[in-house]
Each structure stands twice: as structure tokens, then as C-alpha cells.
Design a protein around this ligand. Structure first.
Ligand code: RBF
Ligand code: MG
Length: 126
């Protein structure tokens, strides 16, 4: 629910499916320590705190139905202007604005096209 925003979710960066990386969209995955009950699954404009610095992010909260592994809720974030390896580092992701619901796409290509649009849109949100 949007009126819960902003909400900060934290955790160590874990290994995701690394599929986004093969499409040149490296992402940081966490399983949030916080209670996420009531938050809608979908894409959020976010701000990401990494080692004392804040970056713009675009985050997907949900189950990733297009590639369904059907396990736990995941928060997966593309961090703008960040290029180092994050695995194992503690990050804090603050969801600031809901952008769209999570969706099951017919193909990985369509999903990746949408993610590129999400990233482009994010740069226009303060
Ligand atoms: N997965 C989906 O199944 N549906 C989505 O709508 C979706 N949107 C995403 C948006 C962003 C900005 C990011 C970073 C990821 C999104 N994902 C989505 C997760 C995507 O499936 C994931 O990056 C790959 O499966 C690799 O882990
Ligand atoms: Mg990843």
C-alpha cells in the first residue's frame, strides 16, 4: 500500500538468479528483515544506502513471476551509478514511490525491455 511509504528494508545482499546480470542489468537482492505485510508487490523508486553513501535505485518487491522460482519474497534493486560487487554487504533500501505492479511477462525479452523503461523513468523521480 502506497500510504506506508517511505519504508526502509534492510539485509545483506544475497546471490540472486544472476539472470538480470546476463542481460547487463546487475541487481542487488535482499530478503528483507522487516515485516513487509501490506506492501504491494511491484516496482518502486528507491534510495539505497551502501557504506554511508546514498544512490538512486529502482526496486522490484515480489516473487518474480516471469522466472517463477516460487520461493520467498525478494527485493531486487538496480542501483544507478553503482558498479562494485555488493554480495555480502549490508544495504538499506528505502522505497519512496510505487511505480507499477509486478507482472508476469510472456518472455524474458519483454521483461528486460520493461526494466529498461523502469530505470529510465526512475531518473525523473526525486
Ligand atoms: N520480475 C517479474 O517477473 N516481473 C516484473 O514485473 C519485474 N519487474 C522488475 C523490475 C525491476 C526494476 C527489476 C530490477 C527486476 C524486476 N523483476 C521482475 C525481476 C526480474 O525477474 C529479475 O531481475 C530477474 O529474474 C533476475 O533475477
Ligand atoms: Mg542480482
Amino acid at each position: 500500500m502506497e500510504n506506508f511509504l517511505p519504508i526502509t528494508l534492510t539485509g545483506p545482499v544475497i546471490h540472486g538468479k544472476a539472470l538480470a546480470r546476463t542481460f547487463a542489468i546487475p541487481t542487488a537482492n535482499i530478503e528483507p528483515a522487516e515485516n513487509i505485510d501490506g506492501l504491494d508487490f511491484g516496482v518502486y523508486a528507491s534510495e539505497v544506502l551502501v557504506e554511508g553513501r546514498t544512490y538512486l535505485g529502482v526496486s522490484n518487491l515480489g516473487m518474480r513471476p516471469t522466472v517463477a522460482d516460487g520461493d520467498r519474497v525478494n527485493l531486487e534493486t538496480f542501483i544507478l551509478d553503482y558498479h562494485d560487487d555488493l554480495y555480502g554487504k549490508q544495504i538499506a533500501v528505502t522505497l519512496i514511490q510505487f511505480m507499477r505492479p509486478e507482472k508476469k511477462f510472456d518472455s524474458i525479452d519483454q521483461l528486460m525491455e520493461q526494466i529498461h523503461k523502469d530505470i529510465a523513468l526512475r531518473t525523473g523521480i526525486s
